[in-house]
Design a protein around this ligand. Structure first.
Ligand SMILES: [Fe+2]
Length: 248
């Protein structure tokens, strides 16, 4: 496996050319930052925020109306679409989670060496991928159980897809190392765990105790994912930095 940090011909820092960096500093002093232009940009952005609508909407299919009155409205009294929005987000994110682990598995199968093998195995990754796929199914079933449409992309599903697109880019970049990909996955797992905490609370607040219990199970699995990924990442980086690594 290629090291994440190796010495090379990096020319991005000022130390590479003291003469040019001195000229650059002189130039920066001569031409001060354009505060006025920055303020104009901020003002224009404010105007555009005021003019813009929101991202998408939560659909109301025919079957939803009946189900809402019997199941959800009784529990919530109002705004079941908020819950549907967040369920839609979780559905999209868990599907993305499966893809992230697929990509990580491909990377590890290609780059893994003894060092990685001493820390975690492809089967460890496959187990987490299977958890994510089960969570997808769990959310799918929760959405259909309240009469909503799991194929609809909700506003927060859209936003979370944009959020996690950076993670996907890092992992599918053919040049990134296993530790760099693990760091990306860690970002996704941290977001995932916080989101499940919210879903558990929302389900509980609506008196949907069976759903809350199944969500809590998923949350506990996500918490284990964080611990594992963080440990693997830490061990690989410690090893690379010259420390010892041991499998726990
Ligand atoms: Fe996870």
């Amino acid at each position: 496996m290629e090291k994440t940090s190796h010495l090379g011909m990096n020319r991005t820092g000022v130390d590479m050319s003291p003469m040019h960096s001195k000229a650059m500093l002189e130039g920066a002093e001569r031409v001060p930052g354009d505060v006025e232009a920055n303020q104009m940009l901020a003002t224009r952005r404010q105007e555009m925020i005021m003019e813009a609508g929101t991202i998408g909407s939560v659909p109301m299919p025919g079957t939803l109306k009946g189900a809402l009155s019997s199941v959800m409205k009784k529990a919530t009294g109002k705004s079941p679409e908020t819950f549907i929005n967040k369920l839609g987000e979780r559905l999209a994110f868990e599907r993305m989670g499966v893809r992230l682990y697929e990509a990580l598995i491909t990377k590890c199968e290609t780059l893994a060496n003894q060092q990685v093998g001493a820390v975690f195995t492809i089967d460890d990754l496959r187990r987490i991928r299977a958890d994510e796929a089960r969570h997808f199914q769990l959310v799918h079933d929760a959405i259909t159980s309240i009469g909503a449409d799991p194929t609809a992309q909700t506003p927060d599903a859209d936003v979370s897809a944009v959020l996690s697109s950076g993670v996907l880019k890092v992992i599918t970049d053919i040049r990134t190392t296993v530790p760099q990909s693990l760091e990306a996955i860690l970002t996704a797992e941290l977001a995932d765990t916080a989101a499940w905490e919210l879903l558990v609370q929302m389900a509980e607040a609506m008196g949907m105790s069976d759903m809350a219990a199944s969500f809590r199970e998923a949350l506990e699995q996500e918490e284990r994912h964080i611990l594992q990924v963080k440990q693997w990442y830490t061990q690989l980086m410690t090893f690379e930095a010259g420390g010892k690594t041991t499998r726990h």
